[in-house]
Write a protein that binds this ligand. Structure first.
Ligand code: GUN
Length: 280
């Protein structure tokens, strides 16, 4: 049976460390501040934004919320970002996705100053990451790295297989893993003989967005299995990309959903906000 990696406990441990760090920074006159923009009234986005504000409160990071109506124009949103870019009290800016369809997401994300881009979505920050020179790091991928580090799982020299090539998880995680000296394979929907490849993984990461996609026959004995999926099953319950019940019997470590990678995303957002404040 696998050891279940407790993302909530690792989150709490990290937030506690950050709380101490923020208190010390405050003494030096540095006050990390996260500005979160939410456009429209998507219920899932509302929950995410509230969770981000709660994490700010736990760590002593100042949070500001800009809740804009659905019909906000692209120009208005760009104007707000310009204002926040020029506000020296704001360390980090996050524009909650998805945005309404009439707004060009790329244009918005590229307007955020790279030094305040705490999501690490800006092409400049992705470019820095790809040359191993990232300062602000992508939150979910970095959360995966922190979970492994906390469990004492060294990725150097290991065969890491990532299923999923998204710009938010698969690709940036491959960059972080490479920087940490793993041997990385990225698989996707067009990969031939997927199971043959996944079975060879020392560390298998599922970031596909399909409930139960990774089945026990795709996992080698003793593999570390990291589930980045956040899906709703037929009963509307949260579930990951991994068939947890059966894979758990084969893996050495496994992350649950919920309570695995998810809590680490916001934790790493706090980390980026502190880093941005220190560098400003
Ligand atoms: N929507 C869902 N997850 C995220 C995230 O990590 N960042 C932003 N900006 N929007 C999201």
């Amino acid at each position: 049976m696998a050891k279940i990696i407790d993302g909530k406990a690792i989150r709490d441990y990290n937030l506690d460390l950050m709380k101490k760090e923020v208190a010390l920074l405050n003494e030096q006159g540095i006050h990390p501040c996260l500005a979160v923009i939410i456009v429209g009234s998507d219920p899932a986005s509302r929950v995410y934004v509230n969770n981000k504000k709660a994490a700010c409160e736990k760590t002593g990071i100042i949070s500001r919320e800009y809740a804009l109506p659905e019909e906000t124009s692209e120009e208005e949103l760009l104007g707000l970002i310009d204002t926040l870019n020029n506000d020296s009290e704001v360390s980090g800016i996050l524009c909650q996705l998805p945005l309404p369809e009439h707004i060009d997401k790329e244009k918005i994300l590229e307007r955020i100053l790279p030094s305040k881009d705490v999501d690490c979505f800006h092409p400049e920050n992705i470019g820095r990451l790809s040359i191993g020179n990232g300062t602000l790091l992508p939150c979910t991928p970095n959360g995966v790295m922190k979970l492994l580090e906390y469990e004492g799982i060294d990725v150097a020299g290991k065969r890491v297989v990532i299923v999923g090539r998204s710009n938010i998880v698969g690709k940036p995680l491959a960059m972080l893993m490479l920087a940490a000296n793993a041997t990385v394979t990225v698989c996707h929907s067009k990969t031939v003989n997927l199971s043959e490849i996944t079975r060879q993984a020392d560390i298998l990461v599922a970031a596909v967005g399909v409930p139960g996609f990774v089945t026990a026959d795709m996992v080698g004995d003793g593999a570390v299995v990291i589930d980045v999926g956040i899906n709703r099953n037929v009963k509307e319950r949260l579930c990951g990309d991994v068939d947890f019940e059966n894979v758990e019997k084969k893996a050495s470590y496994i992350t649950p959903v919920p309570g695995g990678v998810g809590p680490m995303t916001i934790t790493m957002l706090m980390r980026n906000t502190i880093t941005a404040a220190k560098n400003s």
